[in-house]
Ligand binder design. Sequence first.
Ligand code: ANZ
Length: 811
Amino acid sequence: AERYNPHAIEPKWQERWEQEGLYTFHEDPSKTKFYALTMFPYPSGNLHIGHWYANVAPDARARWLRMRGYNVLFPMGFDAFGLPAENAAIRNNLDPAVWTYSNIEYMTGQFKRMGTMIDWSRKFATCDPEYYRWNQWFFTEFFRRGLVYKKDGLVNWCPKDQTVLANEQVVDGACERCGTPVQRRNLSQWYMKITDYADELLDFSGTDMPERVRLMQTNWIGKSVGAEITFDTPAGPETVFTTRPDTLMGATFLVLAPEHPKVAALTTREQAEEVRAYVEAAGRKTDVERQQEGEKTGVFTGSYATHPVSGHQIPIWVADYVLVTYGTGSIMAVPSGDQRDLDFARKFGLEIIETVRPEGAEPMDVATVSEAYSGDGIIVNEGPLHGMKGGKAHITAVIDRLAELNVAQPKTTYRLRDWLFARQRYWGTPIPIVYCPEHGAQPVPDDQLPVRLPENVEFTPTGQSPLKLDREWIATTCPVCGGPAERDTDTMDTFVDSSWYMYRFLSPHDDGHPFDPAKADLMPVDLYTGGIEHAILHLLYSRFWTKVMRDMGLTTLSEPFRALRNQGIILGPDGEKMSKSRGNVVDPDDLVREYGVDTVRAYLMFIAPWELGGPWDPSGINGPSKWLSRIWALYFDEKAVGPEEKVTEAELRYAVHSTLKKVSGDFDRLSFNTIIASLMELTNTLVKAKRSPSHATPAWEEALDIFNRMLAPVVPHIAEEIWMERGGAQSVHVQPWPEVDEAAATRDTITIGVQVSGKVRGQVEISRAATQEEALAAARANPDVARFVEGKTTVKEIYVPGRIINIVVKP
Ligand code: ANZ
């Protein structure tokens, strides 16, 4: 046949597969289900090389599982709400819906050209009213359960995007989307009570997640076990949270966060001006700036607190290294045990008292000490803790002792805050609440959902939400009394949309439930793949959501994902992240036009260990490209060019079956680059075998058949063409994965050491099945052995099968 031309075969097969519904998922009780899901993309307009990298390898694996007899659900949709659509609307005067749906259309076409086995009949976008209706339904259910609530408080505000942000969306003090420094504002906002699930979210026993992800989530949740201790102050009792109550006797001052509500009441007239200026300056700094290492700042309030054990008067300070959002927003400062407190005490000349002393050490010289001691030791202060062991490891005994004396209460604190999920933007799910002057905030009844976004709204350059300006849309009636009421004009964070979308694929068009309960058994997602950047936000929220759904009786699962794996990132040839401004972007469409889909697929699997990623090497694609041409020639070029080779039938079968075994194991472990490498190596052997006498044996036909099936998951188009040309009745993609012939997959010869009178004299290669006679004959034929045996009388001959040959001779 003619030479390999991917452009002739790829569109043909893609069209045929689609016509035949080859990849449409049907429930089938006779097979084990496998739900494979890759994180759905935002419809930005284009699939870039990162999307290909993230999707191609999981597609190959899903195809492999399908060939292995699993009923594989492999759907895809679009995470379609969010700011870029709205910004495009402001810039180009385009309706966000029009912009979004045309992008989805285009990107779906790109996905199809990738040759994946995605079941497109299940596609949906989160901006479909049929989808976001269920966000609203969840909201009202959560609201009734007290899991959604509105509260006043300090929140993160992005002045550029004109919206509040969740803590999770503030990275190094800046908006994770646009990089603008985040401001703190006092606003009334909607929250979700994720903190109710903090402890359960720390338990990863029901989900197989990479260590890195578990660690990031654990740190984000930030559980601290400690105690609360109350100090009397002129403004009433003040409770502090401490993880080191064993250092209580070394507490020489209290520190309040600048935003702490007692600051004003505790500030004396003399200190008023200084405190006011300090608090104002602190308000202009971000939390990150405030927690950075460096010179400590602070100011004295002029007031004193009473130490609950010693009764001493200790000064009360205000300093911005204490955060209002953590613990109680105030601390007891222990300079001898905490470095920040020590730096602070040194700078302002405050008292230092040693508390925990390492065993056998000299007393701390408090006049000169510059390093706090935070380790274990003995508590050296006079008083109720004297002589007890101190340090993190001994906290429980200390807390018990202090609790007995009514000085401390055990307390566990979390860094995790409730999820602020309201946004002041248009392109999101409207919050289904109406405000009635009579009945307050009322959820919109189910039969009135969805609350649709109004169409043809006006966008202003300031970014202010058009919902706020749409009087007609805002005006509604109270579900309780029917009187005039107003809609909430906020929309939901898009992370709400992605928290439960994996359930929607079970029955994407169900209009009676978020998903059809009869299909619940298709969950959990057996393998979820995507980027590590979602370690905290999306993955934590979706774990939370499933736990709430379980408590609502919607699922019996506690975790949405049986396993999670993260792919790495493909960087530009310069090793930098690809970006338009750097000009180092690789466009997969260009590559497909030049090399065809299968080559791009093979290259993306081959380029790097999938979980690591690496820089794009533009010349590297020639390897996979040539490889596919060699495969083509192997099957279709009748003339076997080159010198005659001697690949035996056994060698050929060994190459085929050992590769098959390796490739299966590699698919299992998601080691895609080694799959391609093994298949390339096998191609070499096959090319040689074609020029060998083994060409005419049944082993040759078997080799071509098995190799063809092995190619199917990774390069599905060329594999299909070969299969059909070889007379396949049905697609190669509905064929079973070949079985390994274990005997053929292991070399049937072994190397055995030969001893003469107990000394190793040589080695022989013999058949694994060799008899004692055959083994001994081979040993004697070996010249290294023969030298020591010839002319001597043999006393004894032993063959321990598979281990050793020993010939004992008379000297
Ligand atoms: C006294 C003490 C002595 C402390 C000592 C530490 C060492 P984690 O582990 O992060 O939970 N702290 C409490 N609330 C704070 C706030 N709002 N802003 C800044 N720091 C705060 O840390 C708990 C410790 O951090 C607490 O224990 C408290 O200082 C401080 F030798 O209390 B410790």
